[in-house]
Design a binder for this molecule. Structure first.
Ligand code: CA2
Length: 148
């Protein structure tokens, strides 16, 4: 069964504790369960991870490149300024979908820039937990197209 890395950046471990009007009421553990259920429907397995550490996130992106694993990535605030993350993702060897719970385009101006978007196959934003489900569907379709 194809494994998809579902990677989550800084502060997402705090989901469900604050700003429910922006990020919803689900915790990260709820989100992981939801992604696992969607992945199972699609015949995929997920490896779901979260870190507040940029170096750790880069190491996981390198691991994905070495293992040819597709990625669903919520880079959180790194989205907006991490050129190191951009460069690491540019070395990817399998599909990549950027995902956001909120719609950054409707929020503060600093969130309107993504340094990840240009190296991703696509972006899903603004649908809460559904953003992750749609991203997994996109990964399944891309993996099928590319024979992966
Ligand atoms: O909408 C998203 O998924 C974001 O990637 C979330 C990031 C934000 O910096 C991006 O602009 C958009 C922030 C995640 C912070 O997570 C929190 C979780 C619980 C309470 C407060 C923040």
């Amino acid at each position: 069964m194809r494994t998809v890395l579902v990677l989550n950046g800084p502060n997402l471990g705090r989901l469900g504790s604050r700003e429910p009007e922006v990020y919803g009421t689900q915790t990260l553990a709820d989100l992981e369960r939801d992604c696992a259920a969607t992945a199972a429907e699609l015949g995929l397995a997920i490896d779901f991870r979260q870190t507040d550490d940029e170096a750790q996130l880069l190491a996981w992106v390198h691991e994905a490149a070495d293992r040819r694993l597709p990625i669903v990535l919520n880079p959180a605030a790194f989205t907006h300024y991490s050129y190191a993350l951009h460069d690491a993702l540019a070395m990817r060897t399998a599909p990549l979908v950027e995902v956001h719970l909120s719609n950054p385009a409707t929020r503060e101006v600093f969130r309107h820039t993504s340094v990840v978007a240009s190296v991703a196959d696509g972006t899903v934003a603004g649908f809460g937990v559904l953003s992750y489900q749609l991203a997994l569907r996109a990964i399944a379709a891309l993996a099928e197209q590319t024979g992966g």
